[in-house]
Design a protein around this ligand. Sequence first.
Ligand SMILES: Nc1ncnc2c1ncn2[C@@H]1O[C@H](COP(=O)(O)OP(=O)(O)OP(=O)(O)O)[C@@H](O)[C@H]1O
Length: 366
Amino acid sequence: MAQITLKSLAHSYSPNPAGPEDYAIREMNHVWHQGGAYALLGPSGCGKSTLLNIISGLLQPSDGQVEFDDSVVNELPPEARNIAQVFQFPVIYDTMTVFDNLAFPLRNINTPEDKVRQRVAEVADILELTPLLKRKARNLTADEKQKVSMGRGLVRDDVSAILFDEPLTVIDPQLKWKLRRKLKEIHERFNITMIYVTHDQLEASTFAEKIAVMYEGQVVQFGTPRELFETPNHTFVGYFIGSPGMNFLEVAIEGEHVVSGAVTLQVTPRVKSAVGRARSANVKLGIRPEFIEVHAEPVEDGMEARILSSQDLGTYSILQLRLGDITLKARVEEDQRIPRDKAYLRFPEQFLGLYVDEYRVELEHE
Ligand SMILES: Nc1ncnc2c1ncn2[C@@H]1O[C@H](COP(=O)(O)OP(=O)(O)OP(=O)(O)O)[C@@H](O)[C@H]1O
């Protein structure tokens, strides 16, 4: 078992990278602590698989170091790194039985047969594969095959880490939920570092204690699901986490006011002075749909908005609103009165984030 440290790590698939856009991983420093349950979350193409393959040794980084505890492992091949990896599609031997498939990684390191039997029984039990142990793998369904593939990743208890690359893609939605719970249970039981790659925020937050959000080859935030929701460090995290994502308004100071396009925003003096201090033309205010106050009647400092649509989602509704030339989304709970055509909006200061050049900055005290 190990702590995995990435030091000034970068990777380009091009032999002569000309600029940052030629890097699948842009320079990053990151630590995965021993025993953590982590998710690596981001959209397609952001570099998740590249990063996993660098950790497992399938890929050599073009720059920087990968360390397991205090040893640099850049030169070590995958088999010497003691890492288990579970891929999107099943990697199993069709002609072997389920038992032999599960036993394979253990027999490969000359584990005594009684220990093999004990570990295979344990993992088969957790993954509900016990009735299938004697079956040939080729006769299994796609779901069952992927469970065996996961079992092969989980069967050794001496690995430095287990890396999962979207392991539930081929699994039926009903079973996905159950398997995620099982992985969590296994993590709690065996205290192995697990890194789980996904592009699905729900999958990430049900599995992981901490999520690394990747965007354009970099980890833009590493935090608990709650931190990512409440204080996104980067506008991308705001968009990507939450359903719907955070609203962002491009803002500037005009005379005495904070404006967004043609709209004068009602904000506190503290927000105004923070916007005024920003030394960039790229300044945004972010607020989650959950935190916009929506009133049916005029209120002090309320900003009048038109309601474009209202989507009833059972216990809450999502309103699409037009504030001047800005489109916003707001969430209204079922016990709240939903205005018909017009609404009056307030942006409570404690829920506003200020973003300069896409990164969050504190609203300092006066
Ligand atoms: N073997 C390769 N050769 C050249 N470019 C590659 C190679 N593999 C990946 N890339 C590029 O590197 C970038 C990161 O890809 P990567 O597969 O790591 O992203 P990802 O986040 O895992 O995406 P997905 O979720 O679609 O698998 C992408 O621009 C991709 O096109």
